[in-house]
Write a protein that binds this ligand. Structure first.
Ligand code: PBG
Length: 349
C-alpha cells in the first residue's frame, strides 16, 4: 500500500481514520481501559495528631497522622480505589530501625486504623529499612563501630549494605506487619534473597496465606527525590547503587524478575514506570504467569505537577496519558500518587 494517494480519484482502501470518526467508535475500540480498580494509592503516616503535612515537592500528597486514616480509607473506598501502599515515618531512628518491627510502630498502628475503618481496603506495606535507620540506608551497614547488629567485615567497604544481616531484620518487619493485619507485604530494598527470607519468616509465623509483592526490578533512579522528602528516607551519605539496578540495564531486570519468581514472589513490580516502559513490556512477556505492578514514582508525579502548575501541560490529559501508557506497556496495577485525581478525571473522559 502506498503511503500517499497522488490520484484523488483512486480510493484508498485502508483508512484507519474510519474507526476514529466519533467518540463512541473510539470508545468501543479502545484497547486499554483505565479504571479505579487499577490503582494503588501510597500513604505516608506520621506520629502526632491532626497532622496533614503537604509534601512541598509533591503537591496534593500529605503526611497523615493515624487519626486522619479512617476518613482517608473511607474516601478511597468510595472512589473505588482498592488498595493502599503504606510508608511510615518513625519517631526515632537508629542503626537497625527498631520501630520498623515494633508492635506499636507507626505502620503497625496505621494498618490497624485502616483495617478498622475499611476492612475491604487492601493494605500493602512497604518493607524496607531506609525510613527507620539513622543513616537512611535500606539495611544494616558495614561499620567498624557496629554496636552488635553485625560483625564488621574488614574486606568489604565501610558503609557497604550487608545483605544477609539485613534479611534477618526484614523477616521481623514482615511478621510484625502481618500480625498488625497487613494484607500484602512489599519488600523494596533490592536485597538479594529478600523474597525467600520473607516467605520463610511469614510461613514460620503462620502467615502462609499472605502474598508478597516484590519490588523485583527497582532502578537506582533520580526520580525518587521527592519521595525522600515525603518519607524522610534519604541516605545520609552515599547512594543505593550497590543494590538498586543500574538504569542502563534491561537483561538484568529479567534476571531479577526470574529470581524473585523462583523465590516465591506472588506479584512483581517495576519501578519507576514511565522511563521504563520497555522493562514493563519485557517483564510482562517473560513472566506472563505473575501479576505485574508498576510504580509511577514521586519524581514522575512531581514533574507533571510542576509543568501543570506553570500552565505548560494539561494536567488531566497528561496524567491519564502516562497512566494509560503504563497499563498499555503491560502493567496490571499502577501505584500512583494520582490515583484519587485520576478517578475523577476518568469520569470526564
Ligand atoms: C524505599 C522506597 C523508595 C521508594 C519507595 N520505596 C525510595 C528509595 O528507594 O530510595 C520511592 C517511591 C517514590 O519515589 O515515589 N523504601
Amino acid at each position: 500500500m502506498s503511503t500517499n494517494n497522488p490520484d484523488p480519484l483512486t480510493p484508498l482502501s485502508n483508512r484507519p481514520r474510519r474507526l476514529r470518526l466519533n467518540a463512541t467508535l473510539r470508545g468501543m475500540l479502545r484497547e486499554t481501559q483505565l479504571s479505579a480498580s487499577d490503582f494503588i494509592y501510597p500513604l505516608f503516616v506520621v506520629h502526632g495528631s491532626a497532622v496533614r503535612n503537604e509534601v512541598s515537592s509533591m503537591p496534593g500528597v500529605f503526611q497523615l497522622s493515624i487519626d486522619q486514616l479512617a476518613a482517608e480509607a473511607r474516601s478511597l473506598v468510595a472512589l473505588g480505589i482498592p488498595a493502599v501502599l503504606l510508608f511510615g515515618i518513625p519517631a526515632q531512628k537508629d542503626p537497625v530501625g527498631l520501630e520498623n518491627f515494633a508492635d506499636d510502630g507507626i505502620v503497625q498502628q496505621a494498618i490497624r486504623a485502616l483495617k478498622a475503618a475499611a476492612p475491604e481496603l487492601v493494605v500493602i506495606t512497604d518493607v524496607c529499612l531506609c525510613e527507620y535507620t539513622d543513616h537512611g540506608h535500606c539495611g544494616i551497614l558495614n561499620v567498624p563501630t557496629n554496636k552488635g547488629e553485625a560483625m564488621p567485615r574488614p574486606y568489604l567497604p565501610d558503609g557497604y549494605l550487608l545483605n544477609d544481616e539485613t534479611l534477618a531484620v526484614l523477616g521481623k518487619v514482615v511478621v510484625s506487619h502481618a500480625r498488625a493485619g497487613a494484607d500484602i507485604v512489599a519488600p523494596s530494598g533490592m536485597i538479594d534473597g529478600a523474597v525467600a527470607a520473607i516467605r520463610a519468616a511469614l510461613d514460620g509465623a503462620g502467615f502462609e496465606h499472605l502474598p508478597i509483592l516484590s519490588y523485583a526490578i527497582k532502578y537506582a533512579s533520580a526520580f525518587y527525590g521527592p519521595f525522600r522528602d515525603a518519607a524522610h528516607g534519604a541516605p545520609k551519605f552515599g547512594d543505593r547503587r550497590t543494590h538498586q539496578m543500574d538504569v542502563a540495564n534491561a537483561r538484568e531486570a529479567l534476571r531479577e524478575a526470574a529470581l524473585d519468581a523462583a523465590e516465591g514472589a506472588d506479584m512483581l513490580m517495576v519501578k519507576p514506570a514511565l522511563p521504563y516502559l520497555d522493562i514493563i513490556r519485557q517483564t510482562r512477556e517473560q513472566m506472563p504467569q505473575l501479576p505485574l505492578v508498576a510504580y509511577q514514582v514521586s519524581g514522575e508525579y512531581a514533574m507533571l505537577k510542576a509543568a501543570a502548575r506553570n500552565g505548560w501541560l494539561d494536567e488531566p490529559k497528561a496524567a491519564l496519558e502516562t497512566l494509560t501508557a503504563i497499563k498499555r506497556a503491560g502493567a496490571d496495577l499502577i501505584i500512583t500518587y494520582y490515583a484519587k485525581e485520576a478517578v475523577g478525571w476518568l469520569g470526564n473522559g
